[in-house]
Design a binder for this molecule. Structure first.
Ligand code: U2F
Length: 447
């Protein structure tokens, strides 16, 4: 491999599931543009590399390497999305070490900096051994990050098997959060699962990082940003990624053209992200609610709608709705016809809705989605959690009507507008995000 002997060589370790590897690659590309003398070795599983680099075969400064996905021979996926993730976590960090050693042997070039998904707690030891900087990237929001940094404190105050209703009033600006809103594995359930242990170790390791980067902007949450700044050597918000690292636009299903034909703020856009498929009875309930309210809808549907949705609904959708396997979500949310976003509350979706100015109706599933839901509702006033926590016809009808046709919905839109302005300011040439990014380039390129 033709590595330039004089250039700094950066190891990049991606997390292969959910929306993790793609933003990490976009981030690395942005660094590569700002510091063209750097060379990157990008490590992830073969499946993840194939999908992340699908449209990017010509990145000569960024080479990809596959690591073992941890699955036993002959493994068959039976629908539980947590299972492959658990196998993968169990293979850490050996799978990465093995692949990295091979690259060092092949190229004869040591690594000069380690950039990882923040999940990878072992980055702290690896970087210390190699005596190089460690820069973890947290792909979700600062509030969720703080929870993992403060896990021991939270467990002391709430008790691992404590009262689910008890609030986190011992952490500044967290009194609206109950034990039951916390990500799975912090307290109450599954605290010894491989995933929970990884996040716990991550929270303990991140203060050793040279700098921790996150997909947010300082002005969204100044109190939390300052708390994290006091816990880390450097904490740099470099988002929202939907503005700094927008995905290439492609609309093979004609979503935007369809939206052009709809009334302003009338369409319900639906997506539950890149991992989850809600159970069929919830999908059916949502379909009924959409028909009851009569709003047009654009549904980015994971799985086969013919199998998972009521037949008549799919038939009738041709008149009032549009069901697609993938939508250009960012552009959809920025389109004036979209009036509400029904979502699982993945962090990227939250920020994209903020920048698009669209209120949310949230049905959270796993990870920090519950927590994001609470902030969306109680802190930023930009949406509603679905009553009862699951999709039912009555709750959805109520929520849709409230957002699409009441003054309260209008108020939400105004509140979102305020955050949107702050987000757009942060990415201007003198904005906080732009400055933080420049700082990060200096750290990674050692300039
Ligand atoms: C995991 O989140 P997900 O990947 O399930 O969900 P999001 O963070 O909301 O990211 C989904 C991205 O996929 C895009 C959309 C988002 O950028 O614009 N997308 C699209 O372009 N078109 C579509 O039809 C559907 C989606 C995890 F589950 C969450 O809990 C975390 O918050 C998140 C970040 O760490 O990762």
């Amino acid at each position: 491999k033709d590595y330039n002997a004089a250039s700094r060589h950066i190891a990049v370790l991606a997390f292969p599931m959910g929306t993790h590897a793609a933003p990490l690659l976009s981030f690395i590309r942005q660094i590569s543009t700002a510091a063209p003398d750097l060379t990157f070795s990008f490590f992830s599983t073969a499946e993840s590399n194939a999908s992340t680099f699908r449209t990017d075969s010509t990145l000569d400064k960024i080479k990809t390497y596959d690591v073992w996905n941890g699955l036993p021979k002959g493994y068959v996926f039976k629908g539980n999305h947590a299972e492959p993730a658990e196998y993968f976590v169990k293979a850490l960090p050996g799978n990465f070490r093995e692949a990295m050693d091979k690259v060092t042997a092949e190229t004869g070039k040591r690594f000069d900096c380690l950039v990882t998904d923040a999940f990878y707690w072992f980055g702290a030891d690896m970087a210390a051994e190699m005596q190089i900087p460690w820069v973890p990237l947290w792909t979700s929001g600062p509030r969720a990050l703080l929870i993992h940094v403060e896990t021991d404190k939270i467990r002391r105050h709430l008790g691992i098997e404590g009262d689910p209703e008890k609030t986190l009033d011992f952490l500044p600006d967290f009194s609206m959060i109950r034990a039951s809103d916390l990500p799975d594995g912090v307290v109450l359930r599954n605290v010894h699962s491989p995933f929970a242990e990884m996040l716990h170790k991550m929270g303990l390791a991140l203060p050793r990082a040279t700098a921790v980067a996150a997909n947010s902007f300082e002005e969204l949450d100044p109190i939390i940003t300052n708390m994290l700044k006091s816990r880390f050597r450097k904490f740099l918000n470099i988002g929202p990624f939907c503005r700094t690292l927008p995905p290439p636009f492609s609309d093979s299903h004609g979503c935007i053209e369809w939206l052009h034909k709809q009334e302003p703020a009338s369409v319900a856009y639906i997506s539950f992200g890149s991992v989850v498929i809600p159970p069929p009875h919830e999908l059916a309930a949502l379909a009924e609610a959409l028909e009851d309210v009569g709003s047009p809808y654009l549904w980015s549907f994971r799985g086969d709608p013919e199998k998972l949705l009521p037949k008549e609904f799919v038939e009738r959708s041709k008149e009032r709705g549009k069901i697609v396997p993938w939508a250009p979500q960012l552009k959809v949310l920025e389109h004036p016809s979209v009036g509400v976003f029904i979502t699982h509350c993945g962090w990227n979706s939250v920020l994209e809705s903020m920048v698009g100015g669209v209120p949310l109706i949230v049905r959270p599933f796993f990870g920090e989605q519950n927590l994001n839901n609470r902030f969306v509702e109680a802190v930023w006033g930009m949406g509603l959690g679905v009553e009862g926590g699951i999709l039912t016809k009555d709750a959805m009808v109520k929520a849709l009507k409230l957002i699409l046709s009441t003054e309260e919905g209008e108020k939400m839109r105004k509140k979102i507008g305020v955050h949107k302005e702050l987000a757009l300011k942060a990415v201007e040439p003198n904005g906080s995000t732009t400055k933080n990014f420049e700082n990060l380039v200096k750290i990674i390129s050692n300039h």
